[in-house]
Each structure stands twice: as structure tokens, then as C-alpha cells.
Design a protein around this ligand. Structure first.
Ligand code: WTA
Length: 629
């Protein structure tokens, strides 16, 4: 049960410079939201009209719980919206991609170059027998060819399923099987912290007993001819030799699937989240233009990997659909030193920077001397996604990276939502710890399990009450699982996160509802206790779990990573317990604290509390294919 717990809300706010709102595409948030509420379909139709449609839609939405269709009857092509229209409309020589590799290598693509490269590769895919509706699995490092392959799939109507290139053979195999991928695209190696990762051999292993796979396309990182080991393998560049550079975009129905993306969730089998063409593109275009406020001269850098939804929506489809300049990198945040990212911002004049709290906390830990070595004055907006941005991390990010002037967009969303849903739109006062408010287009609420809105300051379940264009359409081969999102409370979309609202309607996301610990009948969000721990000067990162307790049902057990210069000691443990007691209250006091060198995390940076819990209880942790190391 996730209701009736009180949360102590900090009242601190930061007021952004009024010029942000004055110059923003969205304008006044309250006005924009009221406009949406007065005519939701009209609102989305207006946004959709900013894209190029081959044939306009007959009906804006068709909502028959739990199935939504958007822009029914409309025809469009995603790659044509990301490329052709910019090439035709004056952006042909504008930089689309700036790529930076770990070993200092750089490459750039103008919109026209990208357009041509995509058409060539799209034709090569067609020659391999890939047809509209076929699934193509991408298991690639973050190099320009990765983006080219994504866009080439969308050009011919193939459905891509991107698997993060840090996953092992077993995880890749499961995903290839589930999606029935016909072609797998990979590279000879990925590069991480100076080491080569043999992607191609992992694919070889993963395609065993995957009968759907007909071809494996291998990219040579150095663009030299690939030595082929089997009938199945082909060379990424060799298959493009002599092919036509003309590849008209496939006419796709608005509801044709665009991609499948597997998300691990907290337990068990990965879920293949399915997104469709029209609604997804309208959502990513809208949020890139009106929420991230991407403008003609912006240089946008999202540090996510394309293996995650953040990379799909805010490296590729959103920014390219608005014609932005996008930075992509294969760099690890602290290799060869913790200054690499800040150097990239200085070098390319990045104006919009989007990263994750786990990265911000890592940088806090190594010290502000690293960012301070570089000129970050090009930045105008900084963003965060993936987990709650705790107030200490917010303040550090705001002060050290944003130099007390860049608004922070702490964006709450999910693989399933396709786009960010809750944030603090430019110009609105920012409250550390709070993601913010529902963006225009989104109807969100915090309710108890009967669906009754909970009063300000009281925790509840986050729900989305109305369908939106970029919502997932199904879980691949698992309609039942899809239904579970919609049949829990009043036929609303139940997010699975706990949240609390303040009297201004700002929403703080506390963590997954399954990350709740109940101590003596009181519900505690793991994120809340963790936030308290990391607020202590000695603590860089923290994870807490519930452990059985004879007296209280459950007790809090904490795992912490220390900041540089601190040593584990009994004295520190007592100090931390006292600190949590003073911050949240006696109920949250950890019964035990363990010092760790690092926390078990998914490759996208989420702490896997489940692994800690299994270790603590001496049981099998279940599927750990998403674990980083
Ligand atoms: C969490 C990532 C708090 C949340 C885009 C959600 C967040 C899950 C935030 C989805 C945020 C994401 N504040 N929590 N700004 N952003 N989350 O599918 O628990 O990888 O349900 O999508 O991450 O993770 P996913």
C-alpha cells in the first residue's frame, strides 16, 4: 500500500531569468496548459501539423480503452521528417551530427550528408531483403553509423529494436528471439575506457538458436574491409557499393510500429515496448521544440546511449525532427579523466546539456575542480532524467555547471511514455527535488489506490488520466502486460511510481512503488532515504532496501559509497544514522549501514536494489542481465 504517508517538503525555489520564458517557444506555461485543456485534440493537431505528412489524418484520436490510435489514417515517414524537409528547407549544409569518439576522433555530418548516407544504407537493407514491418536489431556502439542505421530503418518501414551494446550475449539473444529480428547490425568492436569490446563475437553467440536471423551486418570501425566468417555476415560498407542514393521514403501509416525497445523494469523478463510512427514523432518533436526549447543555433547534447529511450527520443528523433545540431559521443564520463565531458561542452559550444543524476553525483564526488577547468558559458539549459534529482545534486548542478543561471529541466518520463511528461517548463520557478508539473498535453495526478487525489504533502501513486500521442501501444507479444498498466486504477495509466505534490501542484517523484519499504506500518520511499543519506557530506551515493525485522516488519538497510577523503568507521555510521533521523525521522533510521566501493546498477544507471536485497537475504537475484558489471 502506497498511501497516507507524509513527506517533508522543502520550500526552496529558484526563479529563472524572465528572458527564458519570454524567448521560449512555449511561452507562458499556465496559458499553454489552459489552451490544451480547452481543446486537447485541437492542441495535438496543431503540434502534428508542424510535421510533414504525406497524407493528412482523418481523425485525431481514437481512444477505446486501453487502446489508442492517433492521427488515424495519416501517412508520414519519420526519416523524411528528420532529413528531407531540412535538406529542402535551407538546412542542407547545417551540421546535423557531431561525433566524438573516446580516442579523440571526431566526425561531422551535415543534414545533406546524413540524408545521402541514410538513403544509401536504406537501399542496402532493401537489397538484403528487409521489407516494411520486418524487425532489424541494432547492437552497435554510439557512432554515426548507428544513427544512420536507425533512420534507414524508418525510411523503409523496418521496425528497429536497439539493444544497448553493453549487454551480454544472453540478453541480446532473448531480445532477438522475442522480436524475431531478421537482420542484426553490429560493429567489429565497441570502445569503452580504452578497451575493445568484441561486439561481433557477442552477436555470433547471440544468434545461435535464433532462426529468424538471416543476415548480420558488420561495421568495421576503421572502415576497412571486414573479413567475413560465415554466409550470414555482410560488410556494412561493402553492401552499399554501387547502390542507388535515391530511396524514396516509405509511406507509413501513423499507427505502423516504429520501434520496439526492451525495458528491464525491476523484475523478470524484459518488456518489448512498442511505439508507433505518427504519435511518437509528434510527441518527440513537440517536446524538443517546446519543452527543451531547441532553437536554430542550439547545440544539443544528450549523454544517454541510443540503447535507451532517452537516446531514441532526445538524441535522434526529437532533435533531428526539429533540425537541430546534435552531439553524440562514445565517451565514458570519467575516462581518461573526469574532465572529458566538460571539454566537449567547451569544444563544441554545447548549449543544451541533458544527463542523469547518477552522472551528476559522480561528478560531485570527484570535485568541482574538473568542470571549473573548462569554459561552460555556452550552456543555456541543463537537463536531468532517469531518477529523482535529489536537492543536493540539483544545487550542485545548478551552481557548478549552470553557473547559477541555466534553468534545470528535471524531466520525468519512461520508456513507455516515449516523451517527457513532467518537468519545470522554462520560466517557471524551480524547486529542487521536484520534477515539476505536467507539460501541456499531459493530465497527471497523484492518487490513492482508489483513485482519490491525495492532499498536498501526502504520498500517492502517479497516474496519467488521458491518453497522449507518444504512449506505447503495446508490449510486444504480451497484451496482458500492456493491460496491467491500464487496469489498476480507474482505467488510468498507472505509472508505477510514488509521488507527492505540494500546494502549487509541483510533483516530486519518490521512486518506484515497488521500491517502498514499510517500517512499522509507515511507508518510506527508498529515494527519500537515499536522498537524505547523500545530503551528508561524506556520502556520494546510497541505496537502501527493506530487510525483515521482528519488531517493525521491515527495517531500512543502507549501502553507501563514500566521497573521496572519507574512511569507513563506526563513528561515521552513527553519524549517518543520526543524520537520517534528523532529516526524515526515527522511522527512517537505518538498522545497518554497509560501505561499498560502488553500487550495483543497470547500464542506464539505475540502482538495482533487487541485487542488494538478494545478496542480503542470501537468495538468487533472478535476471541480472541488465547489471552493469
Ligand atoms: C524513473 C527513462 C524521478 C521513474 C526516461 C520512471 C525518474 C523510470 C525521472 C523510467 C525523474 C525517470 N525523476 N524519477 N526525472 N525520470 N525516472 O523507462 O521511476 O528507463 O518510472 O525511462 O525512471 O525509466 P525508463
Amino acid at each position: 500500500m502506497a498511501e497516507n504517508f507524509d513527506v517533508k517538503l522543502d520550500k526552496k525555489t529558484y526563479i529563472p531569468d524572465p528572458s527564458y520564458q519570454a524567448n521560449s517557444a512555449l511561452g507562458d506555461y499556465k496559458k499553454a496548459y489552459a489552451e490544451f485543456l480547452s481543446d486537447p485534440d485541437g492542441f495535438w493537431a496543431k503540434k502534428a501539423r508542424e510535421l510533414d505528412w504525406i497524407k493528412p489524418w482523418d481523425k485525431i484520436r481514437d481512444w477505446e480503452w486501453p487502446q489508442a490510435r492517433w492521427f488515424c489514417g495519416g501517412k508520414l515517414n519519420v526519416s523524411a521528417n528528420c532529413l528531407d524537409r531540412h535538406v529542402k528547407n535551407g538546412r542542407r549544409n547545417k551540421l546535423a551530427l557531431i561525433w566524438k569518439g573516446e580516442r579523440g576522433k571526431e566526425e561531422i555530418y551535415t543534414y545533406r550528408q546524413l540524408y545521402r548516407a541514410v538513403m544509401r544504407f536504406a537501399n542496402a537493407l532493401k537489397n538484403l531483403g528487409v521489407k516494411k514491418g520486418d524487425c532489424v536489431c541494432l547492437y552497435m556502439p554510439l557512432v554515426p553509423e548507428h544513427v544512420i542505421a536507425m533512420l534507414a530503418c524508418t525510411r523503409i518501414g523496418a521496425v528497429h529494436s536497439i539493444v544497448f551494446a553493453g549487454f551480454g550475449a544472453e540478453a541480446l539473444h532473448t531480445r532477438i528471439r522475442d522480436a524475431d529480428a531478421k537482420v542484426v547490425i553490429t560493429a567489429d568492436v565497441g570502445i569503452r575506457r580504452g578497451k575493445f569490446i568484441p561486439l561481433r563475437s557477442i552477436v555470433d553467440e547471440a544468434v545461435k538458436n535464433a532462426p529468424s536471423v538471416e543476415k548480420i551486418v558488420v561495421l568495421s570501425r576503421e572502415r576497412c574491409p571486414v573479413e567475413l566468417y560465415s554466409e550470414m555476415e555482410v560488410d556494412f560498407y561493402a553492401i552499399q557499393e554501387g547502390v542507388s542514393e535515391e530511396c524514396p521514403p516509405e509511406e507509413m501509416d501513423s499507427e505502423d510500429p516504429l520501434f520496439i525497445l526492451y525495458t528491464s523494469g525491476t523484475t523478470g523478463q524484459p518488456k518489448g515496448i512498442v511505439h508507433t510512427t505518427g504519435g511518437y514523432l509528434v510527441g518527440t518533436h513537440y517536446t524538443s521544440k517546446y519543452i527543451f526549447d531547441l532553437k536554430e543555433n542550439d547545440v544539443h547534447w544528450c549523454t544517454a546511449d541510443t540503447g535507451w529511450i532517452t537516446g531514441h527520443s532526445y538524441i535522434v528523433y526529437g532533435p533531428l525532427s526539429v533540425g537541430a545540431t546534435v552531439v553524440i559521443t562514445e565517451t565514458t564520463l570519467d575516462y581518461p579523466d573526469p574532465g572529458v565531458w566538460w571539454k566537449i561542452i567547451e569544444e563544441f559550444g554545447v548549449t543544451i546539456f541533458y544527463t542523469a543524476p547518477t552522472a551528476i553525483r559522480m561528478f560531485m564526488r570527484v570535485g568541482e575542480e574538473w568542470p571549473n577547468k573548462y569554459n561552460l558559458s555556452s550552456l543555456r539549459i541543463i537537463g536531468s532524467v532517469g531518477e529523482p534529482l535529489n536537492p543536493e545534486a540539483f544545487e550542485w548542478y545548478y551552481r557548478v555547471i549552470g553557473k547559477n543561471q541555466c534553468p534545470i529541466l528535471d524531466t520525468w518520463w519512461q520508456t513507455e511514455t516515449g516523451i517527457h511528461m513532467i518537468t519545470t517548463p522554462l520560466g517557471q520557478p524551480m524547486k529542487p527535488g521536484f520534477a515539476g508539473v505536467p507539460i501541456p498535453g499531459v493530465v497527471a495526478d497523484v492518487v490513492d489506490k482508489e483513485g482519490k487525489p491525495v492532499p498536498a504533502g501526502q504520498g500517492g501513486l502517479l497516474v496519467i488520466k488521458e491518453p497522449w500521442p507518444s504512449m506505447m501501444r503495446t508490449v510486444h507479444k504480451n497484451k496482458e502486460r500492456y493491460l496491467q498498466y491500464w487496469n489498476q486504477i480507474n482505467h488510468w495509466y498507472t505509472v508505477g511510481d510514488l509521488a507527492v505534490r505540494d500546494e502549487d501542484g509541483y510533483i516530486m517523484v519518490l521512486g518506484r512503488s515497488d521500491d517502498i519499504i514499510i517500517v512499522a506500518g509507515h511507508n518510506l520511499g527508498t529515494a527519500e532515504v537515499e536522498s537524505a543519506l547523500v545530503a551528508h557530506e561524506a556520502i556520494a551515493e546510497a541505496a537502501v532496501i527493506g530487510v525483515p525485522d521482528d519488531m517493525k516488519g521491515q527495517a531500512v538497510k543502507a549501502f553507501v559509497v563514500l566521497c573521496q577523503g572519507y574512511e569507513p568507521s563506526q563513528k561515521l555510521i552513527s553519524e549517518l544514522i543520526y543524520h537520517v533521523r534528523m532529516t526524515i525521522g526515527p522511522i527512517a533510521m537505518p538498522s545497518g549501514i554497509e560501505f561499498m566501493d560502488k553500487l550495483p546498477k543497470t547500464r542506464s544507471g539505475k540502482i538495482m536494489r533487487r541485487v542488494l536485497k538478494a545478496k542480503e537475504m542470501g537468495v538468487d537475484p533472478g535476471d541480472i542481465s541488465t547489471l552493469e558489471e
